[in-house]
Design a protein. Structure first.
Length: 148
């Protein structure tokens, strides 16, 4: 369980934390893509990241969430210490690199009509989730314990 978080983190802290959830062999590339300017970064994310992004997760820290469990993911995240605000990387330009309310992001990711991908940091490097456009098969909870 992640300690209850009342702290607000910077975008850089969230992005560094998200990198800890990807495989070690891909982690440096992920960090380099996030460091690029927006236009180049968007093209690189589209080309290298979002297509089958789940294949890049370090399986020690990523757990596939069944559709019936995803219905309850918001209270599960909150019970694990997710704060009200979270940081979002998304294929939706209006949501990408934004700090948003967790329940708002969860609602967008939960919407069966959504066509966007969401990589969400709740507590940098410790708790987050991923949802892609194949909402019924590809949702992951990302969780590490401190000191991993």
């Amino acid at each position: 369980m992640v300690p209850a978080a009342t702290k607000r983190w910077s975008a850089a802290e969230h992005e560094a934390g998200l990198a800890l959830f990807v495989t070690p062999e891909w982690r440096n590339r992920f960090r380099a893509i996030l460091a690029m300017d927006d236009r180049k970064r968007r093209a690189q994310l589209s080309k290298h990241c979002w297509d089958r992004f789940d294949a890049r997760f370090d399986r020690r820290y990523a757990r596939l969430v069944e559709p019936k469990v995803f219905q309850r993911l918001l209270p599960i995240l909150q019970a694990k210490g997710a704060p009200q605000m979270c940081y979002v990387l998304s294929t939706d330009d209006d949501l990408d690199r934004q700090e948003l309310l967790l329940d708002e992001v969860w609602g967008l990711a939960h919407d069966s009509d959504q066509t966007e991908n969401f990589l969400v940091s709740c507590v940098p490097g410790l708790l987050g989730f991923y949802s892609d456009h194949e909402w019924y098969t590809n949702r992951w909870i990302l969780e590490r314990t401190e000191g991993c």
